[in-house]
Write a protein that binds this ligand. Structure first.
Ligand SMILES: *[C@@H]1O[C@H](CO)[C@@H](O)[C@H](O)[C@H]1NC(C)=O
Ligand SMILES: *[C@@H]1O[C@H](CO)[C@@H](O)[C@H](O)[C@H]1NC(C)=O
Length: 365
């Protein structure tokens, strides 16, 4: 008797549990996916591995000793390239690789639509050491590129180009990359401390190996070795994911690694616009009011989306918008117009005065 009662109780508790727990999996099913309006936060740690033990040749010890410039990076889409092997360095990359001057790179970061978050990490004042920074990517900007100048050097740097953080539709949890020295191709110097000697015309960006450049004066010339040891490496770890919650501000306590997803927003929810009767809004080449209407239904027609506006925030989370216009408004019962404005979440992990997680998102431990 007691036994049966116990079983019944267990079943009853089970039912309660199931009914409490059941809706959650639906909410969480998109975790890990790199979708357009999903943000992922990553921690990029750069490690300098440039020691006199592994790179004894001409190892710079004074004026200046071996060190690393600040790290300059961005998350971006596939329309943007910070640098690529086999391509000429841009003026901005040249200035950075030669003089650790990032002013042009900083300007670039404002000018290119394909950039999502631009970030920097502190310089390292010796050949060995580490520096970390957090940054954001979203489902439309899943790539990451960065540069760190080798100091001193004519125009050498390390970095990655267009590394994709999204793999098979999911954010990668961790990425490790070993770094080799790269030559920006804009200066001819062979040694760490070569005087400035412009390379005219410039060569494309190339990897420096233990045999290339094949010159006994080259600082990385170790022909007896199989390959160069790594001069640095990076570890990129996913810290958290975020999804926009409508337009609501959410200041709940935060914790790592868990995201609360809202039910899917209905992106193209149609609604009707009432733009004065039969007037057609034509494009710039339009001939005016040329709508012939014989009482037939005419559906609303809209332009393509505009470009996304710049992000409303340069630190923390912000909003960007895009819009489209009505070309033909609906008449005689034609389909109404789709939504004409669209919002996206954007931002960076740069700290703002008000601290860094208190905007727009819910995330909980
Ligand atoms: C790089 O620049 C040189 C001259 O400045 C030019 O001849 C060459 O075609 C360029 N290479 C690429 C890959 O654009
Ligand atoms: C990033 O990760 C490194 C290594 O785990 C850690 O030491 C560092 O504090 C983290 N940095 C930031 C800015 O989160």
């Amino acid at each position: 008797m007691d036994f049966q009662l116990a079983i019944l109780c267990l079943i009853a508790i089970g039912l309660v549990l199931v009914s409490v727990v059941e809706p959650r999996p639906r909410k969480f099913k998109r975790r890990g996916r790199c979708q357009p309006k999903m943000l992922a936060e990553y921690n990029l740690t750069f490690y300098g591995d440039w020691s006199p033990k592994t790179f004894p040749r001409l190892y710079p010890r004074v004026r200046p000793p071996a060190q690393w410039s600040k790290l300059v990076g961005r998350s971006h889409d596939s329309t943007y390239k910070l640098w690529s092997l086999g391509q000429n360095a841009s003026d901005a990359v040249k200035a950075f690789a030669e003089d650790a001057d990032s002013s042009m790179l900083d300007q670039d970061a404002q000018a290119y639509r394909g950039i999502f978050d631009s970030f920097t990490a502190a310089p390292i004042e010796s050949g060995m050491g580490r520096s970390a920074v957090r940054f954001l990517a979203d489902g439309q900007h899943t790539k990451m590129s960065f540069l760190v100048k080798i100091v001193p050097s004519p125009d050498w740097f390390v970095g990655v180009a267009s590394l994709d953080l999204c793999h098979n539709g999911r954010w990668r949890k961790q990425i490790n990359v070993d770094l080799a020295p790269l030559d920006a191709g804009t200066d001819q110097g062979f040694t760490f401390t070569s005087p400035n000697w412009p390379n005219m015309p410039a060569d494309p960006i190339s990897q420096i190996t233990n045999k290339k450049p094949s010159h006994p004066a080259s600082s990385f010339f170790y022909p007896e070795q199989e390959t160069l040891p790594r001069i640095g490496h990076i570890v990129i770890k996913e810290v958290a994911e975020y999804r926009r919650r409508g337009r609501k501000l959410d200041t709940s306590p935060t914790g790592p690694n868990v995201v609360i997803f809202d039910p899917e927003e209905d992106e193209d929810d149609s609604y009707s616009l009432n733009i004065g009767g039969l007037t057609a809004v034509s494009g710039s080449t339009g001939t005016g009011n040329d709508v012939v209407n014989n009482g037939k239904p005419q559906d609303c027609t809209v332009t393509e989306w505009s470009e996304w506006s710049p992000c409303s925030k340069t630190c923390g989370f912000g909003i960007q918008t895009r819009s489209r216009d009505v070309i033909l408004s609906p008449v005689n019962g034609g389909y109404g117009c789709p939504r004409l404005t669209d919002q996206n979440t954007c931002g960076s992990m740069r700290k703002c005065k008000w601290g860094h997680f208190d905007y727009l998102f819910k995330r909980s431990g």
